[in-house]
Design a protein around this ligand. Structure first.
Ligand SMILES: [Zn+2]
Length: 683
């Protein structure tokens, strides 16, 4: 690898007729992680994308909404840009294929192909809707399957028996637009002679630019033989007109990938502050190491048509095309009726973007297999990895440091070998990012997080706060742990850029890179810890699987009756009267929570370490797990029954009880107002 690469990276262009959904996000997140990794390593990495805005579906959708296609793509473009920004997708520029630069380039590519003898024309017979006055794409013709005779099937394939066929083979075909029987009409079409490029496409296939599975697929296609590609469509069509061919337009798939170059062109105009010429834009394209990220469904377009077009136009080819599989949700294809067709916006209304970034990264490899988003697994993984392991290191140690050591880091680390072990792991983690083996990078990082937690568990800094003799040791242990945490956040920065930036600010560390963490962070005072991430609870996922139209409010009758029966039980009758002597037998104290941990195999309990001001930390098991994230408890004051006889439980001895209000459903911990100190009596 050259020391400083000049990379141009693209994700496939989303079609501007609908919202971004979580299936799309696999690609943008996969690309963005790679882009951020390259930038983190000091490479120049330009990331561009654009809305794909042309074609019959957009023209018809605009007509349906009673707006112009320009108005439709303008609105959708803004929605897409906002979704991508909220998922921290770091485009240098997000444009639109409907721009003058793209029109110039599309015509230029066409002209050069034509002059090279790679364009041919011939008359084609095609289905035509005489009411709408429109040639019908296959998807807009419906009829009865010629093989299994199922009614209401599309013009290209049967969803019942899986047969593929031409629209002309359908029985009783009708236009999906008007319902009338299409007529056959002939028209002259322009074709790109793909077979002219067969040998160079074969060389491209063997050049290592593709994953082995993708290269195999290409070999199959090349062996079968390449046919001419129909690149024209008749008016009315929303797109760019073909020069010298009245009422003919470029098929949307011709100008879509050219949009990569047009978007770069527009970005360079902005960067240089002047309008580059077509020649300058063409030359600029050739200066980059180009990487396309795409889904497996558009491999043919990107690995055959696109390199052939580039060659015909005398433009540089991509260095690599990276193909990914599809996303399934809970093991099945995303579906509106199952409530698993989840848009980016719906997801963001309920859950943080970085949770999806992390989950997908933890599953993504360099292969083309589909990946599954199982929401039970999603919750378990986020809660265990990000909250339970990663953030746990920081929240425990930062709060101890602030409380007992003025928040000031030690002047040196007590365990340099452990620190170097973490630094050394950076090479392997970086290699995995480079090869898009994110799941392997995540696995290594989480093994290190386990190691850091083990270090803290063994050192037990929470037992040292009350003893002034041990405060130096506490400071050292917390400094060590926070440095390990900082290294992990640098490694996770491509996946969790927002949290990484917050951590950098919080630790007063200017930047967080693979290299900057080589110098330990010592000797300065850190800002008070702020909560970084929260656990995913039942309620955060309750919306998934709800029908997409939101119409079904009808709960099953049985559940409804049960809920109504429960309602009156909310107020518990008052207990019998007692005297003041009875009350004063209970020794209630203000206590500070110095540590809070989940208890394995006990899903209701948290294991609290309490400071009652007597220098002897106490362990109390509290049944509040359902209502409280352990992270949020550390440092806060609770009220503890200090003279309760110790109780032996399956997980250890509980030396007291914390007070909480509750109605059997919700739980609310009691505390003391600001100024109260641990050990104060409650009377
Ligand atoms: Zn069929």
């Amino acid at each position: 690898m050259p020391q400083n690469r000049k990379l141009l990276v693209t994700s496939a262009l989303p079609y501007a007729n609908g919202p971004i959904h979580i299936g799309h996000l696999v690609e943008y997140i996969q690309t963005d992680v790679w882009v951020r990794y390259q930038r983190l390593r000091g490479h120049s990495c330009t990331y561009v994308c654009a809305d794909d805005t042309h074609g019959t579906p957009i023209m018809l959708k605009a007509e349906q909404e009673g707006v112009t296609p320009e108005a439709l793509i303008g609105r959708v473009g803004q929605e897409h840009a906002r979704d991508f920004a909220d998922f921290a997708i770091s485009f240098d520029y997000f444009g639109s294929t409907h721009c003058p630069e793209n029109e110039k380039l599309a015509q230029d590519v066409y002209e050069r192909s034509r002059r090279g003898g790679h364009i041919t024309t011939r008359v084609v017979e095609q289905a035509f809707d005489p009411v709408k006055n429109l040639f019908l794409p296959d998807r807009f013709i419906k009829g009865t399957c010629p093989r299994c005779h199922s009614p209401d099937q599309y013009g290209d394939s049967c969803e019942v028996c899986g047969a593929t066929y031409a629209p002309a083979d359908l029985e009783n075909p009708v236009s999906a637009l008007s319902g009338v029987t299409p007529i056959t009409k002939s028209s002259e079409h322009h074709f790109f002679r793909l077979a002219d490029f067969a040998s160079s496409l074969r060389a491209f296939t063997e050049a290592g630019s593709l994953q082995p599975e993708a290269a195999n697929k290409l070999r199959e296609w090349l062996d079968t033989g390449l046919t001419d590609w129909d690149i024209s469509r008749d008016a009315p069509y929303f797109g760019f007109s073909i020069p010298g061919a009245p009422d003919k337009f470029f098929y949307v798939w011709l100008d879509a990938p050219i949009g990569y170059i047009a978007t770069l062109w527009r970005l360079l105009n902005i960067r240089t502050g002047r309008a580059l010429s077509l020649e300058q834009a063409r030359a600029a394209w050739g200066e980059y190491e180009i990487h396309h990220f795409i889904g497996k469904d558009i491999l043919y377009f990107h690995a055959l048509f696109w390199p052939a077009m580039l060659e015909a136009a005398g433009l540089a080819r991509p260095r690599a095309i990276h193909v990914h599989g599809f996303l399934t949700v809970n093991g099945k294809k995303m579906s509106k009726s199952r409530g698993t067709f989840i848009t980016a916006r719906e997801y963001l209304e309920h859950l943080p973007a970085e949770y999806l970034r992390y989950y997908l990264a933890a599953k993504l490899g360099s292969h083309i297999e589909d990946i599954d988003l199982n929401f039970d697994d999603f919750r378990a993984r986020i809660n265990a990895d990000l909250v339970g392991k990663l953030v746990n290191i920081a929240s425990r140690c930062a709060q101890l440091l602030t409380r007992f050591a003025d928040g000031r880091l030690a002047d040196q680390l007590p365990d340099m070998p452990l620190f170097h072990e973490f630094i050394a792991a950076g090479n392997a983690i970086g290699e995995h990012y480079e090869r898009r083996e994110y799941s392997r990078a995540v696995k290594l990082i989480m093994e290190l997080a386990d190691r850091a937690n083990r270090y803290v568990d063994e050192a037990r800094p929470w037992e040292m706060g009350r003893d002034p003799q041990k405060r130096m040791a506490l400071r050292g242990i917390c400094t060590q742990a926070l440095n390990l945490f900082r290294i992990l956040m640098a490694y996770l920065q491509p996946i969790l850029p927002v949290t990484a930036a917050r951590v950098a600010t919080w630790l007063c560390a200017i930047d967080l890179t693979f290299e900057s963490v080589h110098a330990p962070l010592v000797g300065h005072t850190i800002a008070p810890y702020e909560h970084l991430m929260r656990r995913i609870e039942d309620k955060d996922l309750a919306w998934i699987g709800a029908p997409a139209n939101g119409a079904s409010q009808a709960r099953p009758k049985v559940a409804q009756a049960a809920a109504e029966e429960q309602a009156p039980a909310a107020t518990t009758p008052a207990s019998p009267t007692i005297g003041i002597a009875d009350f004063s037998r209970v020794d209630l104290r203000v206590a500070a929570v110095v540590d809070a941990q989940l208890v394995e195999e006990a899903d209701k309990l948290l294991r609290l370490t309490l400071d009652l001001g007597d220098g002897r930390p106490r362990i109390v098991f509290a049944g509040i797990r359902r209502a409280y994230d352990p992270q949020t408890l550390i440092g806060r004051h609770v009220i503890c029954v200090a003279n309760l006889a110790p109780r032996k439980m399956r997980f250890g001895v509980s030396e007291g009880m914390v007070l909480a209000a509750g109605d059997g459903q919700d739980i609310f911990l009691l505390g003391a107002d600001a100024g109260a100190r641990p050990g104060m009596q409650v009377r």
